[in-house]
Design a protein around this ligand. Structure first.
Ligand SMILES: [Zn+2]
Ligand SMILES: [Zn+2]
Length: 261
């Protein structure tokens, strides 16, 4: 199993990276985990969008899903489609409000929203806490995490290997449980642990670099990949925090880099 970073800039695109999105390839399956701002361009450098087996969304904040609209345009209007997308809908695994959320992002007015229909080219499936979905010979399990909206960590398993993506989350047991014993934890770290604004980070939103390392240690993962650092914070500072809290190998992910799981 391999994961390619389409974008890793936290909370929105930055000067050197799109927002959050990852391409996972395992066996015959190719799936994306989130498609934030700018990731659809990056996706086309690494894969043919027509070859995707499924798209999966951790949650529906714009920095994790806004390029779904670009994927919809690609499927609807490509002049030379690899196959007829109508009647061959692409599976979408996402929080419950994804269909209405994606219609709202796609259509420009109330009148257009009322008649926009995406379910001919996409097959929407709800994620649920503890639920499992199969994409080819890949299993994706969702574990609820602590964010201001319905949000999941995603555990991707194939051929005895496991990758867990935190999505966005504050400190929570759900992330530790979902990541338990994983080979790789791709974990958000969005702010420093101590800043000029706080001595303890806010709860229920994001992780500090230290908290990412603590969750990786508590889950006993093999390797920690830090992602979702916003352009306005120093990624090296968050990396140093994570290294101090997690005894195993830690690195910052980079856009367009591919990691073996
Ligand atoms: Zn985010
Ligand atoms: Zn978010």
């Amino acid at each position: 199993m391999r994961v390619t970073v389409l974008g890793c800039s936290g909370s929105g695109p930055g000067p050197t990276s799109p927002a959050s999105g990852y391409l996972v390839r395992a066996g015959d399956a190719q799936l994306t985990l989130d498609l934030g701002n700018g990731t659809f361009g990056a996706l086309q450098r690494h894969a043919d969008p027509w070859a995707l087996s499924a798209v999966v969304f951790s949650h529906l904040h714009p920095d994790h899903c806004s390029d779904f609209a670009s994927l919809a345009v690609h499927r609807r209007y490509h002049p030379r489609p690899a196959y007829d997308p109508v009647g061959h809908p692409l599976p979408v695994f996402a929080p419950s409000e994804a269909p209405s959320r994606f219609v709202a992002a796609y259509a420009t007015s109330a009148a257009e929203r009322a008649e926009t229909y995406l379910a001919d080219i996409f097959a929407f499936h709800r994620l649920a806490d503890g639920g499992c979905v199969e994409v080819g010979d890949v299993t994706v399990r969702a574990g609820a995490v602590d964010h201001p909206c319905e949000a999941y960590a995603l555990r991707v398993e194939h051929d005895g290997r496991s990758l867990v993506y935190s999505g966005d989350t504050g400190p929570c047991a759900g992330l530790v449980e979902t990541a338990r014993g994983a080979d790789v934890l791709l974990c958000e770290a969005t702010w420093p642990h101590v800043t000029e604004w706080w001595d303890e980070p806010p709860v229920g939103i994001h992780l500090s670099g230290r908290q990412a390392g603590e969750h990786a240690a508590a889950a006993g993962v093999g390797r920690l990949l830090i992602t979702h650092v916003p352009a306005w914070f120093d990624a090296q500072e968050l990396l140093a925090e994570a290294k101090e809290a997690f005894g195993g190998p830690v690195e910052l992910v980079a856009p367009d880099a591919t990691y073996d799981v």
